[in-house]
Design a protein around this ligand. Structure first.
Ligand code: C2E
Ligand code: CA
Ligand code: CA
Length: 539
């Protein structure tokens, strides 16, 4: 097991191997996915095709039967009951007037005559397939593949009319070997109307469970269609011989496409890893060369506008003067583990730059952001204790901000946060409302203060659905006796609204951007108060 894990670790440390692995995995996924989609599409088009054919055939069947009934009714209404010239003429008249009537006949005892003269007279060789109160139906009177031979026959009294096979085949394009069957007697008997006879029932698991269903066998597709009449159903049977060929054609297109996309994915993964690697080694150098800086965004009491503390925010100023946002490098550092070094650096820098200010102003505090991994191990407490002792600053003047993301394992986090509080640090939940931290969670967490995320402050006073979230969080915090800090206050209206809702503290561009240590010291020593004027941004 450990050898397997070691092997895996090896792969993940080699960008080339990882990229190849990503390419292979995506190629397999793409190919199986696209073959699956192609198969599904093929199935759907087969069903649609069979459905369309069935519907066309049903429609024609109704038309044909309609005309046959009309013809035989006309003959039945005539007072003729013998094979004389008048009967001959009447039979020919009916056959000529109806497009679908191929032959009309009279069979009376030993005499029989037909619209086709002496050529042939219809004579059913078997009892009717459907015997109704008025009409009798013969569904397939011949299996010979002659388009002109009768395929359907209808009888009333002593009269018979039939249609030719061609009138049915011209609407249905059956594949070679396919059959169209009319199923009678509650599914027990099937008569082929087109195509060769088929064994019945056509499959072991017949009938299919739903009313309209496609049954796929290895060699045939069997499609059952419901009809308007409960007396019969229509079943189409088509051989599947042509399917693998179609699939091969499709695969020839899918295969190179998937390989190409997989190569692109592999290349992208490689670039991403190399970029992350170079960024993480750049960050390492930045830490060594002292390119990271800490700025302080003042936090004010909203009522008096007196500055009570500041949040330490890290910045990466590159040698060329450009600033990289912490939003870019903090998540990377969290992944690589470099965040621990950054947290230690921020703590150390806070005390180096502001130790004297904190010693001179015992009510002032600095809030330091912690990452998830800082909360998961009891490391930061001892680090802070050592630095605080060195700078002679009490723990109460350093607060720690933890985001809800950092509380994945609540039990472990709770113990570590409790340890920090036990020595005097304050603990704040940052970006409250954006994660999964519920009220139930909150009640069990050892925290002093909630920071409401800027998104909810932005929504205040607007009609947005989230505009009601901030007041809700505030009420909840008060119920739990927690202090509230509003983050990202940009205008006076927000500050006043929050103050009226009972929020005591806030930070944001309305009061001050993040300041350099010198600017922050100046702000505190000058009197800590701002009113209707923003303190200047960093130089
Ligand atoms: P955060 O902890 O929620 O910090 C607040 C962010 O909102 C800061 O962005 C701040 O400059 C910005 N902000 C404050 N007031 C306003 C305002 O009125 N309007 C607007 N538009 N923005 C405002 P910043 O400094 O870019 O930091 C971004 C995030 O990076 C921080 O969000 C925090 O999650 C992380 N971060 C920054 N410094 C550190 C650090 O030292 N350690 C750790 N673990 N994370 C840090
Ligand atoms: Ca924060
Ligand atoms: Ca925040």
């Amino acid at each position: 097991m450990s050898a397997f894990l070691a092997g895996l670790r090896q792969i993940f440390h080699r960008p080339w191997l990882l990229a190849a692995f990503a390419a292979l995995a995506s190629a397999i996924l793409l190919l199986t996915g696209s073959v699956g989609v192609a198969l599904q599409q093929m199935k759907e088009s087969e069903t649609a095709q069979m459905n369309a054919q069935g519907e066309r055939f049903l429609e024609r069947l109704e038309q044909v039967f309609g005309q046959l009934r009309e013809g035989v009714d006309q003959l039945q209404a005539l007072p003729l009951r013998g094979c004389d010239p008048a009967m001959q003429e009447a039979l020919q008249q009916v056959s000529m007037n109806s497009r679908f009537i191929y032959e009309a006949a009279f069979v009376g005892g030993s005499v029989a005559c037909s619209s086709r003269g002496g050529e042939r007279a219809l004579e059913p060789l078997r009892p009717p397939d459907i015997r109704g109160p008025t009409y009798s139906y013969w569904l397939n009177t011949t299996t010979e593949p002659d388009e002109n031979l009768a395929a359907l026959m209808l009888g009333r009294g002593q009269f018979l009319v039939s249609t030719s096979r061609g009138h049915l085949t011209d609407v249905v394009d059956l594949p070679p070997g396919g059959s169209l069957l009319v199923v009678l007697d509650h599914g027990t008997r099937a008569i082929p109307v087109l195509g060769p006879a088929q064994p019945w029932p056509p499959a072991a698991n017949w009938p299919p469970p739903s009313a309209k269903d496609l049954l796929e066998l290895s060699d045939r597709l069997i499609y059952r269609m419901p009809t308007k009449s409960p007396d019969y159903q229509l079943v189409l049977i088509a051989p599947r011989a042509s399917l693998p060929l179609k699939m091969n054609g499709l695969l020839w297109l899918l295969f190179p496409g998937s390989v190409l996309v997989a190569i692109c994915i592999g290349w992208l993964v490689l670039q991403l890893i190399l970029q992350r690697r170079s960024m993480s080694s750049e960050l390492q150098n930045a830490l060594k060369r002292g390119e990271l800086q800490v700025l302080y965004q003042p936090i004010f009491e909203l009522d008096s506008r007196i500055c009570v503390g500041a949040e330490a925010l890290v910045r990466w100023r590159r040698p060329d003067g450009t600033l990289t946002s912490p939003d870019l490098f903090i998540p990377l550092a969290e992944n690589t583990g470099q965040i621990r070094q950054i947290t230690d650096f921020v703590l150390q820098r806070v005390l180096e730059q502001l130790g004297h200010l904190l010693r001179a102003n015992r009510q002032l505090y600095i809030s330091v952001n912690l990452a998830a991994c800082d909360v998961m191990v009891p490391r930061i407490g001892p680090v802070a204790a050592r630095l605080l002792a060195y700078h002679r600053v009490p723990a109460s003047q350093i607060a720690f901000e933890v985001t809800e993301r950092g509380l994945i394992d609540v039990v472990v986090a709770r113990d570590n946060l409790q340890a920090l509080r036990a020595v005097g640090h304050q603990v704040l939940i940052d970006d409250f409302g954006t994660g999964y931290c519920s009220l139930a969670y909150l009640q069990t967490l050892p925290v002093d203060c909630l920071k409401i995320d800027k998104a909810f402050i932005d929504a205040l006073g607007h009609d947005a659905a989230s505009s009601g979230v901030a007041p809700h969080i505030i009420r909840m915090a008060h119920d739990l006796h927690l202090r509230v800090i509003a983050e990202g206050i940009e205008c006076e209206d927000q500050a006043e609204l929050l103050n009226s809702e009972g929020v005591n503290y806030g930070q944001g561009w309305l009061f001050a951007h993040p300041l350099s240590a010198r600017q922050f010291v100046e702000l505190i020593t000058r009197g800590r108060r701002v009113r209707s004027r923003r303190i200047d941004d960093e130089p």
